[in-house]
Design a protein around this ligand. Structure first.
Ligand code: SF4
Length: 96
């Protein structure tokens, strides 16, 4: 069991994210983290996000990564092939 703290806005402050072993297989493991955290969602940042998503599409652990980001309410960056707006939409659709 691995407990992680979520952002204060999240109703569950601690989330059990289980094993984090999947991170060893991450396609982005040796890439610059900045690539996955563009500053904003327009212009150049949008192009950077698309580059990151292209890497995610080749990643064997993309489902695990997205699940982690959703469960821990990651607020920024590209995780599991989804940017912050896409993750918000996924969470909203799950609540509907
Ligand atoms: S899905 Fe993307 S962000 Fe997640 S581990 Fe794979 S390459 Fe990295």
């Amino acid at each position: 069991m691995t407990l992680l703290r979520t952002p204060p806005s999240h109703e569950r402050f601690l989330v059990d994210v289980g094993s984090l072993e999947w991170r060893r297989k991450a396609a982005c493991r040796l890439m610059p983290a900045d690539m996955f955290f563009p500053a904003g969602v327009t212009g150049v940042a949008c192009e950077e996000a698309e580059s990151a998503k292209a890497v995610c599409r080749t990643c064997d652990v993309s489902p695990e990564c997205l699940d982690f980001a959703l469960r821990t309410r990651q607020e920024f960056g590209v995780w599991g092939g989804a940017d912050e707006e896409e993750r918000r939409a996924i969470l909203k659709s799950r609540r509907a």
